[in-house]
Design a protein around this ligand. Structure first.
Ligand code: ADP
Ligand code: ADP
Ligand code: MG
Length: 667
């Protein structure tokens, strides 16, 4: 057997948490690291962590992280021998793999041929059918005409799923419940696919009843070996994208696991797979898990976002395995040697608003804190941002992955709940409270999961939690500036309060339901305050303690932390954040000028299509235009009946808050 030699230096062609994740393992193995970054990421953690970093272009991904030529140049210039692609970006681009190899470098991942074989969902399904792996019933042929696809859909039987053959990340996918909606759904799937993947060809599949997404982690080497590392359940999804993942799959039987893992290994062997890969199956769970009711959906020929749950149940480092396999070594363990211990859960923390269709959010993370440990389990935080960093519109809005491991599922869910409750973020809208609500969801707790769970129970999952008693009082006192004093033994610090006994109350104005409300704060001593407001006077005590403040008073017993956010104060307590806008009443009058006759862009984006023209009469709910922002299509509809006075032009680029549509006002 030829001797293999581990790389001495690798380049990581990615950003954010996955770049940090790969760098960490490389450092542990004594391998040098080169980061690449766009102009927007110059100050990012992954850049600081690597031994060396190379700027590869401006912020937009097409000018930087997708510039294969710049990345390969950077590797050659820094003496890197191999390139780790992370996930997303160029990780499943066979042209990139060819270029890497041609430059005399090693691609840390499968061969270009393996990626090609699995790259298009239609061809992959045909290949898997041949290899004897069960595939979802549907049409995955060449024809693309509306009439053909619509008639195939009728044959398959509604509901059906239209999927971009080049799809990924849940994009270019539309569920269609009845034939009348087919044409509109097809058009929208095609547009999204065209812009995301440059390929608008689709396939049509049976929409599986009570679907569960269960996938199998596989690993192959260049010596003809392939193993699996058990399954992960990723059924909790929004917009066909995973939110919470776990391993093992709840309720899986030995028989089901054997059937799924052997099909997965068969699939890997069929394409001589080398490196880390995932075979995704869709499972019909309408009558429990049955060994003959799972079908191949697609293979992801890369490391998966949720790989940490597999690492936690097996105790293995999958990035280390990737590096060893790419360096020519055999798989470190045989199938029998791969352990499975306990239960692991991952939650994806995103800057997004669950209450507004999970609209991605942008902003600065003014405050960001994660717990170091959880009781009865282990915790692992995968992140690529720090407090003070910005979630920009250019990239995926993921803030972190919170991963826990415990002896069994019940303990793991409890550990996750405690991890989320101790996580504090202020400055941008996040899905933190939504994640905590999901973890507490009864059906999820009992293991009765399917991909429709989030949509079905959305209303209760996004219900705003009542603001904790005392949060507003704490915000008002914090806003008055009277909490600023450090805890100190300085007698003047203690005396300071008394000297203000007879002084007038400090005024604070909060914005409540878009109106200014005035409060006054009078200080009794350095921890006792009297608040006056529209509802009268109340005395509260605010004591500094480890990790924040303890607020007590009539009906109040709150332990919380405060953080300054633009225009206000955030109060963070038990995983919930309440934001209070503190303002100058003059600014408010200005804000009121933004009347309802205008629709503005919720975020920077590209106007993909405009459906109406100036002068048109429109009905409430009618589609006015489609905005593409943060890799998604947002349909902008009329909030009320009216006449269009002005509308943006198709293909124009719009800034956040810039006007999209103006209605005629009837004076
Ligand atoms: P998985 O199946 O592992 O969840 P997805 O198919 O959802 O992965 O997509 C992989 C991930 O890659 C996305 O969730 C996203 O975080 C990341 N990603 C994909 N494209 C981009 C991009 N253009 N910019 C930043 N991140 C991206
Ligand atoms: P992507 O490449 O975007 O990850 P997938 O084919 O893996 O696309 O599908 C993403 C998700 O869509 C799945 O995890 C599942 O929730 C849902 N899905 C896909 N195919 C089906 C199907 N035939 N029936 C029901 N749900 C499906
Ligand atoms: Mg998928």
């Amino acid at each position: 057997m030829p001797m293999t030699k581990m790389f001495s230096r690798i380049l990581i062609a990615n950003r954010g948490e996955i770049a940090c994740r790969v760098i960490r393992t490389a450092q542990r193995m004594g391998i040098g690291t080169v980061a690449v970054y766009s102009d927007a990421d110059a100050q990012s953690p992954h850049v600081a962590m690597a031994d060396e970093a190379v700027n590869i272009g401006p912020a937009p991904v097409t000018d930087s992280y997708l510039r294969a030529d710049h990345i390969i140049e950077a590797a050659l210039a820094t003496g890197a021998e191999a390139i780790h692609p992370g996930y997303g970006f160029l990780s499943e681009n066979p042209g990139f793999v060819d270029a890497v190899v041609k430059a005399g470098l090693v691609f840390i991942g499968p061969s270009a041929d393996s990626i090609r074989a699995m790259g298009l969902k239609d061809a992959a399904k045909r290949l898997m059918e041949k290899a004897g792996v069960p595939v979802v019933p549907g049409y995955h042929g060449e024809a693309q005409e509306l009439v053909v696809l619509a008639s195939k859909a009728r044959e398959i039987g509604y509901p059906v799923l239209i999927k971009a053959r080049a799809g990924g990340g849940g994009k270019g996918m539309r569920k269609v419940d009845n034939p009348d909606d087919f044409a509109e759904a097809l058009g929208s799937a095609r547009r999204e696919a065209k812009s995301a993947f440059g390929d608008d060809r689709v396939l049509v599949e049976k929409y599986v009843a009570k679907p569960r997404h269960i996938e199998v982690q596989v690993f192959g080497d260049n010596h003809g070996n392939a193993v699996h590392l058990y399954e992960r359940d990723c059924s909790l999804q929004r917009r066909h994208q995973k939110v919470i993942e776990e391993a093992p799959a709840p309720g899986i039987t030995a028989e089901m696991r054997a059937a799924m893992t052997s099909a997965a290994v068969k699939a890997a062997l069929a394409i001589n797979y080398s490196g880390a890969g995932t075979i995704e199956f869709i499972v019909d769970a309408s009558e429990g898990l049955k060994a003959d009711r799972f079908w191949f959906m697609e293979m992801n020929t890369r490391l998966q976002v949720e790989h940490p749950v597999t690492e936690m149940i097996t105790g293995l480092d999958l990035v280390e395995w990737q590096l060893r396999v790419a360096a020519g070594e055999k798989l470190p363990l045989t199938q029998k040697q791969i352990p499975l211990n306990g239960h692991a859960v991952e939650a994806r923390l995103y800057a997004e608003d669950p209450a507004r269709s999970f609209l991605p959010a942008i902003g600065t993370l003014h405050h960001l804190a994660f717990p170091d440990n959880v009781t009865n389990g282990d915790i692992r935080i995968e992140t690529g941002v720090r407090a003070g960093d910005t979630i920009s519109p250019f990239y995926d809005p993921m803030i972190a992955k919170v991963v826990v491991h415990a002896a069994d599922r019940t303990a793991a869910l409890a550990a996750m709940e405690s991890a989320l409750v101790q996580t504090q973020i202020a400055g941008t809208t996040t899905n933190l409270a939504f994640l905590a609500a999901l973890i507490r969801h009864e059906g999820f707790g009992s293991g009765d999961v399917d991909t429709g769970l989030i949509d079905r129970d959305l209303a209760s999952l996004v219900a705003p939690s009542a603001t904790a008693a005392g949060a507003k009082e704490l915000a008002i006192i914090a806003a008055s500036g009277l909490l600023e004093q450090p805890a100190s033994d300085d007698p003047w610090a203690t005396l300071r309060g008394y000297s203000h006994l007879s002084s007038p109350a400090y005024p604070v104005t909060l914005i409540e339901e878009e109106k200014p409300v005035r409060y006054g704060v009078a200080i009794l001593n350095n921890e006792r305050f009297v608040l006056s407001g529209p509802a009268g006077k109340i005395e509260v005590k605010v004591r500094r303690e480890a990790g924040g403040w303890h607020v007590t008073g009539k009906g109040i017993n709150l332990r919380a932390k405060t953080a300054a956010i633009p225009n206000g104060i955030a109060v963070l307590s038990k995983g919930a954040v309440s934001s209070f806008a503190v303002t100058d009443p003059f600014l408010l009058a200005e804000a009121a000028g933004n009347a309802a006759d205008r629709l503005s862009a919720p975020m920077p984006g590209l106007v993909k299509s405009v459906r109406v023209s100036a002068g048109d009469m429109v009905k409430k709910g009618q589609i006015l235009l489609v905005l593409e922002a943060m890799k998604m299509e947002h349909t902008i509809t009329a909030p009320h009946d009216g006449k269009i006075a002005e509308i943006v032009t198709e293909s124009s680029q719009v800034k956040e808050k810039s006007s999209l549509v103006r209605f005629e006002t009837n004076e």
